[in-house]
Design a protein around this ligand. Sequence first.
Ligand code: SF4
Ligand code: SF4
Length: 379
Amino acid sequence: MRTKVALSACPDYNPATVQSAVAKLLADLGGMSAWVKPGQTVLLKPNLLSARTPEQAVTTHPEVVRALIRMVKAVGGCPIVADSACSAIQIERVWEKTGFKAMCGEESVPLVNLEKSGSVQFNRAGVAYSVAKPVLDAALVINMPKLKTHMLTAFTNAVKNIYGTLPGFQKTMLHKQYPTPDQFCAFLATLYARVKPGLTITDAVVAMEGNGPSAGELVPLGFLAGSADGVALDAALCHILKIPLNKVTYLGLLQRAGVGTADWSQIELVGNVSLPLQRPPFRVPVTASLLNQIPIWLVRLLAPYVWIRPSFTARCVKCGLCVKACPVKALRMPEGSGPVLKPSACIGCCCCHEVCPQRAVDMTQSFLLNLRSRGKLPS
Ligand code: SF4
Ligand code: SF4
C-alpha cells in the first residue's frame, strides 16, 4: 500500500479559511480521532525559528496551529505548543512577535518553554545531544513545519523542523560537530528517527524560496499538506516543487533506515492534488547543494578556496545575536562596530544568517564555488 500525502487548498490565513482547509486535510488522512484519544497530551511543534511576524513567513502561521489546537480539543485531546528558537535567549520575544503568545492565550493552551522543561540525553557515535523531555513524554507529536528553502540543508520542512526539539545552544554547537552539509544531514536523520512525530502538517500557504530559511523570497503556494510519514511528505513536496532529491540527503538516509519512504512511486497524493503542480521549480540556494557535490577530502584540501561565509549589510543594527549564535566563535563585535568575522574559524553553518532579525547577513561563497555554480567547473 502506498503512503498517503494529503494536500488541501488554503489561499490565505483567514481563520475560517484555514480551519476548513485543516478539517479537509485531516478528513483525507482518516480524521483527528484516528490520531488522538481523549485525555492524551498532544504536543504541537511549529517552526518558531526567530522573532518575526507571521507575515514574514519565517515561522509557522499561528492560525494553522490554532486550527489544529481546536481539532485536537474537539476529540478530547490536551494540546500543548512547544519549540526551541534558534537563539535560546530570545524565546519570550519569539513568542510575542510570531503571534504565538496571543494565540495560545486566546485558546487557553500552554506554550511550553523547551529551554526550561528538562531533556533526555542520547549519544551518537560519541557525540551527546539532548531532546526536550515534553517532546518525548507526549502521547503524540504533531510536527507543524513551514515550507522553506535552507542555505545548509537545501530544504526545510518535516525532517528539519525536528531540529527545534533540541533545547538551548546545542543547536548551534552541533554544527561544530557536523560541519559539512552531509554530516549535518546525517545527524538530522538520526534525530528525526529518534523523535519520529506521529503526524506532520505543513504550512505552505505562503512559503519561502531562495535564501531561506530567514532571508528568502515569499511564495504564495496556497495549500496545506499532511502525512503520517514526514519523510514521504518531504519527498512529495520536493517532487511537486521540482527540488532534486539528491540535494536533500537526509531523505535517502531515512528511507534506507526504514523510517519512511522517499520513493515517489510509493507515495499517493490525495485531496486537492492538482493544486501546486503547475508552478516553476522552487529556487533552492546554490550553497548547500554545491558543498554536497564536492567530496569531503577535496573540501578539506581546497579549504582556503572553497568556502561559504557571512557578510554583513547596512541593515545590521549591532544587536550582537549573530555573535552569540556562532558555535565556533568566528564572530566578535568590537565596541561601536558591527560583527567582524575571523574567516579561518568560520565553518559556514549559517547560524548567524538564521538568527539575524534584520536579514542583515548574506551568505557569500568563494570564487571557486562561484565558478562551479555558474557551471564553469565539473561537479
Ligand atoms: S548582523 Fe544581524 S544579528 Fe548580527 S549584529 Fe547585525 S542585526 Fe544583529
Ligand atoms: S560566522 Fe556564521 S556561518 Fe560562520 S561559523 Fe559562525 S555562525 Fe556559522
